[in-house]
Write a protein that binds this ligand. Structure first.
Ligand SMILES: C=C(O[C@@H]1C=C(C(=O)O)C=C[C@H]1O)C(=O)O
Length: 452
């Protein structure tokens, strides 16, 4: 398969098959550099599928329209997406720098048996799109890319979008929040306590070691949410988090600012991490340090976190020759701090990033261990539909490189309502009341930005 990396044209070879829009024709991508354009304004005027992806190291991507669509359901969904991706990207012809190359953006539902229902209407068990227009910004500049199925069409689209975007504003205010009318937790305190106690009984019986239980918060807004503006505000407050949005036609917009990388793959280099165990931020430096020390010293957190590290290591062993687990440390975010262990590996050649996604999802940072008992407990006790929450969200390219975050600190926005999601790891000595309070901390990043 051609690998659209480096400057210059990648020669066409082979052909795409029927799984891409423009069936049977290879994708052609043309790019040119463009001055400052407001990504938020570009998305606001776009219709159809819209995506955004941004990383802590300064890469920002937005895309709209679709030149190829990949969807799958059931237990083979990762394989199916990979097969459709191979067909869609086969012989891709990209003229431009690597940063502007065509990418497939999308995600998976947490469960493979996902049945879309409110607020997840329109979200399948796995959907990816290769947008027909992409803006890519790094510290070095901004690139506009048009993706189509012929040189003429891609070049024409590129010029026409260049003119339209160059006429638009270079910046747009990220404004203030839409204001909150009302909030409702979908899980009552009694249901939550019962759920945690069910998990604790299963742990005491020895069938379960750890499970992450989550809940949802329905928020009625005073005015509709401008999601790109909200993500821009989140960038300022949470600079070390990802930011993403995915809107499929008339569906709601799934968006968030997750602190957790599921996987980043470039060639055979893979980066992932264990992020599990949480504490609030302190009011003073001393209080903050003390909370961080307690997080690192706590026996409960050490066990909870260790399960995640060990499981990731085991899951990677089938794919990687060399796995390097870094020191356990604290990752500080504006309103919460986490126990964090970066992990790197060298993959055996020939793997697609989706191989790693499939091997890792769900890590026990959002699922549990053993996986079967954890999934059963989640199904038995949770009172809402996880949909794409806590599941892989990200992108991959024609060469099988890509990056995925864990879709936490996230929500679905529809008109004048947003549903937020948050969960906590439950282990042997978890206390239902403490866990209830900790969940609130995880709603905060987005909830704070919804206030006026
Ligand atoms: C499940 C969430 O967060 C996960 C659970 C954590 C914990 O139990 O301490 C910490 C980080 C995340 O891996 C969430 O934010 O919804």
């Amino acid at each position: 398969m051609d690998r659209p990396s480096g400057q210059g044209r990648v020669d066409a070879s082979g052909r795409a098959t029927a799984s891409a829009t423009g069936a049977g024709r290879r994708l052609v991508s043309r790019s040119r550099s463009i001055g400052d354009v407001s990504f938020g304004t570009a998305l606001e005027h776009a219709s159809g599928t819209r995506v955004q992806w941004a990383t802590a190291d300064g890469l920002e991507l937005v895309g709209w329209g679709e030149t190829a669509r990949l969807t799958a359901s059931g237990p083979d969904r990762f394989d199916e997406i990979r097969a459709q991706a191979t067909a869609a990207f086969d012989g891709v012809d990209h003229d431009g720098p690597a940063v502007a190359r065509p990418r497939a953006f999308g995600g998976f539902a947490f469960h493979d048996g996902h049945e879309p229902r409110d607020p997840w209407t329109g979200f399948t068990a796995a959907t990816f799109v290769v947008p027909s227009v992409i803006l890519a910004r790094t510290d070095e500049g901004t690139w506009l890319t048009a993706v189509d199925t012929s040189d003429d069409d891609a070049t024409r689209a590129l010029e026409s979008w260049y003119d339209r975007l160059s006429d638009g504003p270079a910046m747009r205010s990220s404004g203030t929040g839409p204001g909150i009318d009302d909030t409702r937790r979908t899980t009552s305190r009694e249901q939550w306590t019962e759920g945690v106690e069910t998990a604790l009984e299963r742990i005491a019986d020895g069938v379960l070691e750890k499970v992450v239980l989550a809940q949802a918060l329905e928020v009625d807004l005073e005015t509709p949410l401008d999601v790109p503006a909200c993500l821009e505000r989140l960038r300022r407050r949470y600079p070390n988090c990802y930011r993403f949005l995915f809107r499929d036609g008339e569906s709601g917009t799934f968006f968030g600012a997750p602190p957790e990388r599921l996987v980043g793959k470039s060639g055979t280099d893979v980066r992932t991490e264990a992020l599990a165990g949480s504490a609030p931020r302190g009011d003073s430096r001393e209080a903050d340090e003390e909370l961080a020390d307690r997080l690192l010293d706590s026996e409960k957190i050490r066990r909870e976190h260790g399960i995640v590290v060990d499981t990731i290591r085991n899951q990677l062993e089938a794919l990687a020759a060399d796995i390097r687990v870094d020191e356990r440390r604290v990752k500080r975010l504006a309103t919460i701090q986490h126990c964090w262990t970066p992990i790197e590996a060298t993959l055996e050649a020939g793997h697609h990033v989706l191989d790693v996604v499939e091997a890792l999802h769900p890590t026990p940072a959002v699922g549990g261990i053993p996986p079967g008992a954890a999934w059963e407990t989640i199904r038995d006790v949770e009172t809402f539909d996880r949909g794409w929450y806590a599941a892989p969200i990200g992108w991959f390219d024609a060469g099988g490189d890509g990056e995925f975050a864990v879709g936490i600190r996230s929500g679905v926005a529809r008109e004048d309502a947003v549903t937020l999601f948050a969960g906590n790891g439950i282990v042997a000595d978890s206390d239902p009341d403490d866990e209830w309070d900790e969940v609130v901390l995880k709603y905060r990043p987005i909830l704070d930005e919804l206030r006026e």
